[in-house]
Design a protein around this ligand. Structure first.
Ligand code: ADP
Ligand code: MG
Length: 243
């Protein structure tokens, strides 16, 4: 689905990513785990095209994409929910979806936007029922679903979510994770970044641990869980919460 080879990103003198190589598996939830500053956002931003790599290759469905612009990557099926993405709380649910759509597809016809938004209302009736309400009046979980729905409007095959649980109450994290599992069951490939391994491993099939821009561990959920349980690897970034 997505092959990343020797990816390197520098911000001036800062090496944010160093020779990152990974294979993102189709129809799985792939986790990128690392503390603040490890390079998670840089990695996701480089995949979606917001950041240009200094070196390396990204191939998506067999095609090299590292030099093509963001909008084209959206058209190829890469959706991205950026870190700290917020709603326009004093705009309606409907207008939030329109804004989210045009942010990603600036040249599309309005008719297409409305068609896609109607599909979202079918998929998430709660959003349809509340389409004229201010987004700020939705529950926390509904607000997250609205944020993710804006990315779903472009019908991505690959969805990137940068710390989707950040700042959310546990019950809302459950709702968001449940939605991600539903999306996976419909065939989507998902990459989430999280600071806490214990949290990410609740839903991820495979994961990569990123430390100072480098992949230091990778493996499937059971392997990463075993690392979490072993005292030898009780690093801060793994978190101590039970999986
Ligand atoms: N726009 C930027 N300019 C300069 N340095 C940056 C920028 N964005 C991130 N960095 C630095 O790159 C490193 C990786 O950051 P980031 O990708 O945001 O990590 P994470 O998402 O894991 O917290 C950090 O050292 C951070 O300070
Ligand atoms: Mg980040």
């Amino acid at each position: 689905m997505l092959e990343i080879k020797n990816l390197q990103v520098n911000y001036g003198p800062i090496n944010a990513l160093k020779e990152v190589t990974m294979t993102i598996e189709k129809n799985k939830i792939n986790a990128i785990i690392g503390v603040n500053g490890a390079g998670k956002s840089t990695l996701l931003n480089t995949i979606s095209g917001l950041v240009d790599p200094d070196q390396g290759e990204i191939s998506y469905k067999g095609r090299q994409i590292q030099n093509i612009p963001v909008e084209k990557r959206v058209k190829l099926g890469i959706g991205h929910v950026m870190e700290g993405r917020r709603l326009f709380k004093d705009q309606s649910v409907h207008d939030n979806l329109l804004i989210g759509f045009y942010f990603r597809n600036p040249k599309e016809k309005r008719r297409n936007a409305l068609l896609k938004i109607n599909e979202i209302y079918k998929q998430f009736p709660i959003l349809g029922n509340k389409q004229n309400q201010m987004a700020g009046t939705l529950s926390g979980g509904q607000q997250q679903i609205l944020i993710i729905s804006a990315a779903l409007l472009s019908e991505p095959d690959l969805l990137l979510l940068d710390e989707p649980s950040l700042g959310l109450a546990p019950i809302i994290i459950d709702e968001v994770y449940q939605l991600l599992e539903e999306l996976k069951s419909k065939g989507m490939t998902i990459i989430i970044s999280e600071q806490m391994a214990a949290l990410a491993l609740r839903i991820s099939d495979v994961g990569y641990i990123l430390e100072r821009g480098q992949v230091v561990k990778k493996g499937d959920r059971s392997y990463l869980k075993s690392l979490l349980d072993s005292d030898g690897l009780s690093s801060v970034y793994l978190g101590k919460a039970k999986v």
